[in-house]
Write a protein that binds this ligand. Structure first.
Ligand code: NAD
Ligand code: TYD
Length: 339
């Protein structure tokens, strides 16, 4: 099979590229990524040596460029990871989120309609469901939970999901959608909570916790997400949505304290800063459907996953030090200086 993976130079996309190259020696992986600030060719260095991997530096909004790739490669499947993915950036500049996350999705699906496809898979997020209250631990997001978004990021992802479902209903495009909880693991861009706290702690810099730090996220090791998508594109039902999450809810403040402890750093580095606008309180996934239909269960416990992740950041310092010494410094200054 020829499988297009968009956003493969980013965090989850690159992990998926490596997962698929390892697990499916019969498949070719065709990565499309325009290398925004979040895309990194050094992440794909090992893949570039694999003859079953091809990289296209193309924007998913570039219709002619995307059609050209489809004409040349005749893909059997498309897995769309390409997105603007950071909530804080979406609050600062929403427009690029609408362009890439909605219109880019449309271009990819139009190409699928024009050239034919076995499966178009949309990588979505649990954030499309909005948030859950902190005092109702009995509540979880199921696939039937209404869409109810909080940030320009989640609104753009939800819009894309609706468009994907419309293309299925109207044009019969064979689609599937997965909505996963927060991922962590190797190649996670250091603007996100876990890698940011690891990098700052290693540099003895303040650890900026938004608000009270009581907000809850449901963390999943990235490889478990990749495995779930692999199952969905091969065995999942067309037209369906699958939630992905491993029942691993944690308060932000507890994650940050754990990172301090693991790295032998003082909790005095923790600095409470102004809260994120519209900050979602709690995310929690009910993964019953993907478990019952496809037999998916997470394999990596948080206790092991966080150790592996910290180990990775310790042994790949040049990867993240290069990132945080570049344009990222301006971002950090804008986002945190007067918070
Ligand atoms: P990321 O920001 O690390 O990577 C995004 C990648 O997409 C980058 O390589 C970037 O260069 C590329 N890209 C951005 N705009 C593009 C465009 N217009 N054309 C081509 N390439 C473009 O993101 P991530 O955390 O790996 O997330 C991947 C997907 O998974 C996203 O769709 C996100 O919504 C979804 N998701 C993420 C999480 C999470 O915890 N990170 C959880 C659930 C779902
Ligand atoms: P993030 O990694 O941005 O993921 P998301 O917003 O998509 O869940 O943030 C995870 C949580 O950590 C979220 O509640 C916001 C919080 N957070 C901080 O407290 N400080 C930070 O510097 C960052 C980046 C996030």
């Amino acid at each position: 099979m020829n499988i297009i993976v968009t956003g493969g130079a980013g965090f989850i996309g690159s992990n998926f590229v490596y997962y698929m190259l390892d697990r499916h020696p019969e498949d070719r992986i065709l990565c499309i990524d325009c290398l925004t600030y979040a895309g990194n060719m050094s992440t794909l260095a090992r893949a570039m040596e694999n003859p079953r991997f091809t990289f296209y530096k193309t924007n998913i909004c570039d219709r002619a460029g995307i059609y050209e790739i489809f004409e040349k490669e005749h893909p059997d499947m498309v897995v769309n990871f390409a997105a603007e993915s950071h909530v804080d950036r979406s609050i600062e500049t929403p427009e690029i989120f609408l362009q890439t996350n909605i219109l880019g999705t449309q271009v990819l699906m139009d190409a699928c309609r024009k050239y034919g496809i076995e499966r178009y898979h949309q990588v979505s997020t649990d954030e499309v469901y909005g948030d859950l209250p902190l005092d109702r631990p009995d509540l979880f997001f199921t696939e039937k939970t209404p869409i109810h978004t909080s940030s320009p990021y989640s609104a753009s992802k939800a819009s894309a999901d609706l468009l994907v479902q419309a293309y299925h209903r109207t044009y019969g495009l064979p689609v599937s959608i997965s909505r996963c909880s927060n991922n962590y693991g190797p190649y996670h861009f250091p603007e996100k909570l876990i890698p940011l706290m690891i990098a700052n702690a290693l540099n003895d810099k303040p650890l900026p916790v938004y608000g009270t730090g009581e907000n809850v996220r449901d963390w999943l090791y990235v490889e478990d997400h990749c495995k779930a998508i692999d199952l969905i594109i091969h065995k999942g039902r067309v037209g369906e949505v699958y939630n992905i999450g491993g029942h691993n809810e944690m308060k932000n403040i507890d994650i940050v304290k754990l990172i301090c402890a693991k790295l032998g750093k003082s909790e005095e580095l923790i600095t409470f800063v102004g809260d994120r606008k519209g900050h979602d309180l709690r995310y929690a996934i009910d993964p019953t459907k993907i478990h019952d239909e496809l037999g998916w269960l997470p394999e990596t416990r948080f206790a092991d996953g966080i150790d592996k992740t910290i180990e990775w950041y310790l042994s790949h310092k040049s990867w993240w030090e290069t990132i945080i010494s570049g344009e990222y410094r301006n971002y950090y200054e804008r986002m945190y200086a007067n918070r």
